[in-house]
Design a protein around this ligand. Sequence first.
Ligand code: 5GP
Ligand code: ZN
Length: 115
Amino acid sequence: MTNDCLFCRIVAGEIPATVVHETDRTLAFRDIGPKAPVHILVIPKAHHRDVAELATADPALAGEVLRICAVVAEAEGLPERGYRVLFNVGEHGGQEVFHVHAHILGGKPLGPMVA
Ligand code: 5GP
Ligand code: ZN
């Protein structure tokens, strides 16, 4: 738990979120500013800065986050038409919250990935 981390505070229940899935080690909740009809964030409950740091420190947990992305996408009915999973890393990657999170985006054609 990092006191000044927004997503740690969501994990702690100090800030409300619309939770769609929870396990001992992960939490999935709807993005507050959705960029698509379905926009869900999947996080490990433990604080890790970004996906590179998570994958190095705890590869099993990184894998678990990816597995939960698949579970959540299935629950949202996304696999039939397809969807996107992405991690922003650091300043140039557009990361604004420095507690690693996978974005799940879907529910409309997202088009090609743009930089
Ligand atoms: P990043 O740019 O770090 O990859 O993505 C951060 C995401 O967190 C953004 O899509 C933003 O809308 C979302 N976000 C920021 N603050 C909150 C919040 O308080 N609650 C929720 N549910 N999402 C948030
Ligand atoms: Zn955190």
